[in-house]
Design a protein around this ligand. Structure first.
Ligand SMILES: NC(=O)c1ccc[n+]([C@@H]2O[C@H](COP(=O)([O-])OP(=O)(O)OC[C@H]3O[C@@H](n4cnc5c(N)ncnc54)[C@H](OP(=O)(O)O)[C@@H]3O)[C@@H](O)[C@H]2O)c1
Length: 323
């Protein structure tokens, strides 16, 4: 099969096309003929050697058709999504014609949506849904701040939260992107910056913050919450450096909650993929209640260009690759 391998850690030229043997059927696993896959920030970090682990074939998610499943958990020929479970990290991932994912990390996603749209759903929507409705337990009528909202993860979160009747205040560093976030349903857009808690009108009244800028802003996010409010740290757009000299006694308000989510937990006992309503999300997209249109669609031969666009901050939303 054709596959894209990480020949070394580094720049775009680290992504190299090659031929690899197709994965064999294996008990507890699903071999998937990949039709399309999403592009993720994690894969850029893996390419650069910045992540703890990186497999030879990158790619943490895909959609496609079941080719083999010896345990019978999924019927051969079914449409499925696969995400995490070590894909692209500890086992070969989705930058190929076929991949082999553990059954715990595969979900049926029966839908007539085009593959490019289906591919925009798994990792981004599963993670956004989990952060919003599990970690933050956000509900109708609450006020939520989404920091880094123009990212594909952020846009998915805006859409899911707005659909759930949540008042969303979204952030971007770029005023030219305010209108796009308002169009997604954000009730207001704020300029992203480290001092947002001092500028935001609803300071100390915010129910929840989904922080995708990350370690550099999470303390500021905690500072804008009401008593009992929650901040979920789930992205690192502002960099991977740790929070320097974190001293809760001096830096954290009383009565607020800090929570974290990493999608690498999907498929582990406490975080079954079946918890996430992927099928319902796909149905919402098909019915027009939710848009999952990718911002860019690339061919399999264009992986370097896809990574270049991601690195240049030109993605403007979810990017996918179709075979
Ligand atoms: N927790 C998890 O399981 C999980 C799962 C998926 C992704 N993630 C993380 O979530 C984040 C978003 O991922 P993605 O793939 O959706 O990203 P993406 O679409 O590539 O994000 C692009 C956006 O990042 C913003 N950005 C770039 N540099 C920034 C900076 N220094 N400070 C603030 N904003 C910056 C830009 O917003 P503006 O220019 O408009 O400000 C841009 O629109 C990443 O850190 C990713 O690793 C986490």
């Amino acid at each position: 099969m054709r596959a894209i391998v990480l020949e070394k850690f580094g720049g775009l030229d680290s992504l190299v096309y090659t031929e690899l043997p197709e994965p064999e059927p294996l008990e507890g696993h699903v071999v998937i003929e990949i039709k399309a896959f999403g592009i993720n920030h994690a894969e850029m970090h893996m390419r650069r050697g910045e992540w703890a682990e990186a497999a030879k074939v990158s790619g943490i998610e895909c959609v496609g058709i079941v080719k083999s499943c010896p345990g019978g958990e999924f019927p051969v020929g079914a449409k499925v999504a696969a995400l995490m479970g070590g894909l692209g990290r500890t086992i070969n991932g989705s930058y190929a014609q076929y991949t082999r994912a553990p059954v715990s990390n595969v979900a049926l996603i029966e839908s007539d949506l085009p593959w490019a749209e289906l591919a925009a759903i798994p990792e981004t929507y599963a993670t956004a849904w989990t952060c919003l409705f599990r970690n933050l337990e956000i509900s109708n009528g609450q006020t939520l701040v989404i920091r880094g909202a123009t990212s594909s993860f952020g846009q998915a979160a805006v859409k899911l939260a707005v659909n759930a009747g949540v008042k969303v205040i979204a952030t971007t560093r770029n005023p030219a992107r305010f209108a796009m976030l308002e169009k997604l349903g954000a009730s207001r857009v704020e300029l992203e910056g480290p001092d947002l808690s001092k500028r935001i009108g609803e300071a100390k009244q915010i129910d929840a913050v989904l922080d995708l800028v990350g370690n550099s802003t999470i303390l500021d996010s905690l500072a804008m919450l009401r008593r009992g409010g929650r901040a979920c740290l789930a992205g690192w757009l502002g960099g991977l450096a740790p929070i320097a000299d974190f001293n809760p006694l001096l830096q954290m308000s009383s009565g607020v909650h800090l929570t974290f989510f990493g999608s690498f937990m999907f498929g582990t006992p406490g975080f079954p993929l079946s918890d996430v309503p992927l099928q319902a999300i796909a149905a919402d997209v098909a019915a027009g209640r939710l848009s999952a249109k990718p911002s860019r669609v690339f061919g399999f031969d264009e992986i370097r260009e896809a990574h270049r666009v991601m690195e240049a901050n030109e993605a403007g939303g979810k990017m996918v690759v179709v075979h």
